[in-house]
Ligand binder design. Structure first.
Ligand SMILES: [Mg+2]
Length: 269
């Protein structure tokens, strides 16, 4: 780590961490994660976990982290579901949203005051999440409304695939592409990383400026680009998806590249 990088880390008041590939890999917690989170807390700084995955509620993340030995509570998270709820509530308070997403996504939207709807005939807007409970009926519903009318159409995040133990499965962006092939319509807004709404909400909540915030993650086109877009300190870690070769070939340039988020510990000591 260079002196400039060390200074930037020491100046940081809020760390926004990606999860998979950054703090754990699948079901394996990285060796440094517990010490890293403890060190940040002990330095009087704050961290939050920032995830694009809108298929699971915050409760499942708390459980997952607990199963890895890390205690967290709901204030430690900012998810694309929360940001999507916020966006819809601000921009479309009077619309009835048909939800193409999981039950927990539906419940999250409903509990934050979005008017959600199961019945496509009573809906006048569409919201798309990472739907691990997707059925052809839902695709048919979404296409039927988009073909008939110009209605607000929001997607929780742009990821094309979600990593699994065996490779990957289609994510929200891939389903949006299927819908585009059928209807010619793309979402009017895509909320999660690399968009700036999640870091913006997190910074507001913690009362910090972009210059006091670091976004740390293993994907260039979501995590790092999000940090750059939010004018935060954008840190790429090489413990997940991105290899040095991918980094070399990309035009997305992180402010810092660390082998892992564990390097932050030394900078704070
Ligand atoms: Mg990741």
């Amino acid at each position: 780590m260079t002196d400039i990088e060390r200074e930037a880390i020491r100046r940081t008041k809020l760390f926004l961490f990606d999860l998979d590939g950054t703090l754990y890999l699948g079901n394996r917690l990285f060796d440094f994660t517990e010490e890293l989170l403890d060190t940040i807390k002990a330095s009087g700084k704050r961290y939050m976990f920032m995830t694009n995955n809108s298929s699971k509620g915050i409760g499942s993340y708390i459980e997952k982290m607990a199963s890895l030995g890390i205690g967290t509570d709901k204030d430690d998270y900012i998810t694309s579901s929360q940001a999507t709820s916020h966006y819809i509530s601000e921009k479309y308070p009077d619309k009835h949203f048909y939800v193409c997403g999981t039950r927990s996504f539906y419940d999250e939207l409903a509990s934050s005051g979005v008017s959600v709807c199961d019945d496509i005939l009573k809906s006048d807007a569409i919201v798309m999440g990472f739907d691990t409970e997707l059925t052809f009926k839902k695709l048919d519903d979404v296409c039927s409304l988009l073909c008939k009318k110009d209605v607000p159409y929001i997607a929780s995040h742009p990821d094309m695939v979600c990593p699994t133990e065996y490779g990957s499965v289609p994510d929200c962006g891939s389903v949006c592409d299927m819908v585009y092939n059928a209807t010619g319509k793309r979402p009017d807004a895509v909320i999660g990383k690399p968009g700036i709404l999640m870091p913006k909400l997190a910074m507001e909540k913690c009362g910090v400026l972009p210059s006091e915030c670091a976004v740390v993650g293993d994907r260039l086109y979501t995590d790092v680009l999000c940090g750059i877009n939010a004018k935060a300190y954008a840190v790429l870690v090489l413990s997940g998806e991105t290899t040095p070769k991918i980094l070399e070939g990309s035009n997305i340039k992180p402010d810092a590249v660390f082998k892992s988020a564990g390097e932050i510990i030394d900078a704070l000591k």
